[in-house]
Design a protein around this ligand. Structure first.
Ligand code: ADP
Ligand code: MG
Ligand code: MG
Length: 251
């Protein structure tokens, strides 16, 4: 599904190398987690996958289902089924959440050669999905993320994901700033979407989210590289011993 090979990325504006050879291969239906200290490049990896400006790929490759992601616009990547839930969801003043989602869903359907959803069908769908994420009608009418609490923004990201039904979902610290109940809601939202054809990359600084979203593979990222990979036990090791032991072991 997602294939990243020897990815090197620097900042466009500065001569600063951030990713220094990331290798990652995610099979259909599997859930991978990336953990790592602050500043190790986790968010940068998600930004580069999404096609955000400001980063330059100096070496390596990234593909989704065999399509070279790095050649494509962000919209084209989304049409292929890539979805990113950001660490800091953006606010879009003046654009109603519902309108935004309807536009996104229909653009996605169009790109896939499917018919647009009727207003009635869309409403039915979004109400059902919003209900499971405890998102009320009021939140659907307000401008995208404007005035939303941290927890509401994160749940709204998962609602977007549920509506777009992507193939490859990347969640960047979707758990940060959430209380336990909100985190469980987010995890339930993700778990409800797990399926054979859909993969997840869950980026998290802390282990607790992984109690609720059980990963198949856990990677540790440090200084722009994946330095260790293992099973769910690796996350528990980090929880108990912190990153220092693992980093000392690999350096
Ligand atoms: P993480 O998500 O693991 O905390 P980031 O990807 O956010 O790490 O950051 C990796 C490193 O790159 C950090 O040292 C950060 O300061 C730097 N960095 C990332 N983006 C920028 C930017 N736009 N300008 C300056 N430094 C940046
Ligand atoms: Mg960070
Ligand atoms: Mg980050």
């Amino acid at each position: 599904m997602l294939e990243i090979k020897n990815l090197h990325v620097k900042l466009e504006e500065e001569d600063k190398q951030i990713l220094k050879g990331v290798d990652l291969s995610i099979a259909p239906g599997s859930v991978h987690a990336i953990m790592g200290p602050n500043g190790s490049g986790k968010s940068t990896l998600s930004y580069v996958l999404s096609g955000r400006d400001g980063y330059e790929v100096t070496e390596g490759a990234a593909s989704l289902d065999g399509h070279d992601l790095l050649e494509l616009d962000p919209e084209e990547r989304a049409a292929l089924g890539l979805f990113l839930a950001f660490q800091y969801p953006v606010e879009i003043p003046g654009v109603g959440n519902m309108t935004f989602l309807r536009t996104a869903v229909n653009a996605q359907r169009k790109a896939r050669g499917e018919e647009e959803l009727s207003a009635a069908d869309f409403l039915k769908l979004i109400r059902a999905k919003a209900k499971t994420l405890k998102i009320d009608a009021d939140m659907l009418k307000r401008p995208v993320n404007v005035g939303f609490s941290g927890g509401e923004k994160k749940r709204n990201e998962i609602l977007q994901m549920a509506m777009l039904e992507p193939k490859m979902c990347v969640l960047d610290e979707t758990d940060s700033g959430l209380d336990v109940d909100a985190m469980k809601l987010v995890a339930e939202g993700v778990n409800a979407l797990r399926s054979e054809g859909r993969s997840f990359l869950v980026i998290t600084h802390y282990q607790r989210l992984l109690d609720h979203i059980k990963p198949d593979v856990v990677h540790i990222m440090a200084d722009g590289r994946i330095v260790k990979s293992g099973g769910p036990d690796l996350a528990l090791e980090v929880e108990h011993n912190g990153y220092a032991d693992i980093l000392a072991e690999v350096v």
